[in-house]
Design a binder for this molecule. Sequence first.
Ligand SMILES: [Zn+2]
Length: 347
Amino acid sequence: MNSPSRKPLIVICALLLVASVCAITGAGCGSTSGKEGQVESVNKLVEKGIRPNEMGMVMLLEYHRVKDKESDYTRSIENFKKDLQTLYDKGYRLVRFHDLMSGKASVPAGTTPVVFTFDDSTESQFRYIKEGEKTIIDPECALGIMQAFYKEHSDFGYKALFNYLPQLFDQPKYVDEKVDYLQENGFELGNHTINHPSLGRLSDEEVQEEIALPVKNMKEVNPEVKVDVLCLPHGSVPKNQELMYKGSYDGINYKNNWALLVGSNPMYPMYHYQNPGKLLPRIQAMDYDPEDGSGHSGSGYWLQYFDRHPELRYISDGNPETICAPAYMKSRLLPDQLPTGMHFVGY
Ligand SMILES: [Zn+2]
């Protein structure tokens, strides 16, 4: 019997069946929200000449002082301003270190995430000055220069990781304000030890003392700050490498998820089989002169390298939920390293 009154029931059952098939397969089923839609939007990018490659390499750039004159471990103010413009023009966009490491850095399609790190927490990085009654960030310190650039190019971002020493930017009366400012504005802090020693030369106990005391110091300044990255002074790795990540001294426990080296190359993301693990390379910000080879392995060199090898550079698809790259790269993926809910989209 097939009475007319049963027809709506059959239609509802049919719709439910289609809906569950869509849910199981993850297919778009006519919408552009599923995997089909993702492939479609990637194809549109490729038609526009953007070739996403989220299996490509990224850079953690490293700065020390930013002052008038360029020298070892000092980027001149002029060159720092030039760096911002060059990176922007070449399609690099600032992301937070932790977002990059968790695979959740979000930058527009066609651009490349880059991280700024500043070591030694000198005044040249973050200086307050008086302007009449007001206290302002010096427009000629690194943060002030970044702030001005951000006003003109808000899509570049205003982010950095500051690896601190006890002097915390050399203006004792502003320590609290500075740490609060960095916290409130999404900047990150990394542990750069107490005395800046080569950890490779110290005993296990001394290594733990050097890493544990800054944790205590920072808690006293601002208990909200979470520090889980260790920046190795001089890039020196302790004999017992595990102590970089976990240890204790005088009742102070510490735990770091990453340790940062001084040099000197870009890195693959954590879900790429060639990822660097927990010990991360960085790239010093400096110009490259091909004539005499100075600045080799610095930022000037690597920017030219990626200009010549765009296929090795990380290029975003603009969708934070997918890892998008040419299909053949899927075999380089470590699926268990993918952030929860993310999947590979090849083209
Ligand atoms: Zn240092």
